[in-house]
Design a protein around this ligand. Structure first.
Ligand code: URA
Length: 265
């Protein structure tokens, strides 16, 4: 599927806010990643040389260690039975994540809302429709080389932002998902996702466009930070910025793929 620039903007609902004539000079496919490592990088998956934050707030070390050893089936089972924080009390079901379990792309949101809680799948409500359009804008599709997860796997009551302790309790699950998927690139949707994965490292606005990475053992996985789809539904004027971020993500993925294709082994 090859979309024209206009089609991509239409997919994201950007055309009315941001005409092609006025758009900023971010061009999809242009190299926007800084400091890509050479083909001689010792890491199995070449990644940019970037600031790395490994600041998951660990919950009980033994529990985290146990979760770190689980395979997909055991992980889903463990999430389904989890009672590590108060969010379990009101959930209809847990929402572990959806998609290709060896995807190159990992998108991380905040936590399930009412519809996700009812259906057991992330991003199936209105924000999910926008996320699907954002994926389509960069020629991605839910389930195809894409995995979608959340910082917390249970619905925060009233769709409030998950508390730091709740995200910390869920962190071993997210961490294990990342290790199992081994994505080439992680896109963080909104502040809670940033907080869950990178810690309190700054405002979302200050992190957009910065070279960031999440360290999983020896691997550094590049991270792109952008706005949460629910926020974009309320703040149409920031959709253009999200579009820039997606362009950056796509350019970065292309660079990573090129570097990896060129690297021996
Ligand atoms: N918002 C999120 O962050 N995640 C979902 O799954 C749905 C809405």
């Amino acid at each position: 599927m090859s979309l024209s620039r206009k089609q991509m903007l239409d997919e994201m609902g950007l055309s009315p806010q941001w005409t092609l004539r006025d758009q900023p000079a971010v061009v999809c496919g242009e190299a926007s990643a800084r400091g890509i490592t050479s083909a001689a990088s010792p890491a199995p998956r070449p990644t940019p040389s970037v600031e790395t934050q490994d600041s998951f707030v660990e919950s009980a070390p033994e529990r985290a260690q146990h979760i770190a050893g689980l395979g997909w089936d055991q992980l889903r089972q463990s999430i389904a039975e989890c009672r590590a924080c108060g969010l379990c009390a009101q959930r209809k079901q847990t929402v572990p994540g959806v998609g290709d379990e060896r995807a190159d792309w990992l998108f991380i949101g905040e936590g399930p809302g009412a519809e996700e809680d009812a259906r057991g799948e992330p991003f199936v409500g209105v924000a999910g429709k926008l996320l699907d359009a954002m994926l389509a804008a960069i020629e991605l599709k839910r389930g195809e080389n894409v995995y979608i997860a959340n910082a917390v796997k249970c619905r925060p009551p009233g769709n409030r932002t998950p508390e730091a302790a709740e995200m910390a309790a869920c962190a071993p699950y997210l961490k294990r998902q990342i290790a199992l998927i081994a994505p080439r690139l992680i896109v963080l949707l909104g502040r809670a996702a940033v907080h869950a994965l990178l810690g309190e490292v700054g405002s979302l606005a200050s992190l957009r466009g910065k070279p960031l990475a999440y360290r999983d053992g020896k691997n550094e996985i590049p991270v792109i930070v952008t706005y949460h789809p629910a926020y974009l539904l309320r703040t149409l004027s920031d959709k253009a910025k999200a579009w820039e971020d997606l362009c950056r993500a796509r350019a970065l993925m292309r660079q990573i793929s090129r570097v990896q294709a060129a690297s021996p082994g």
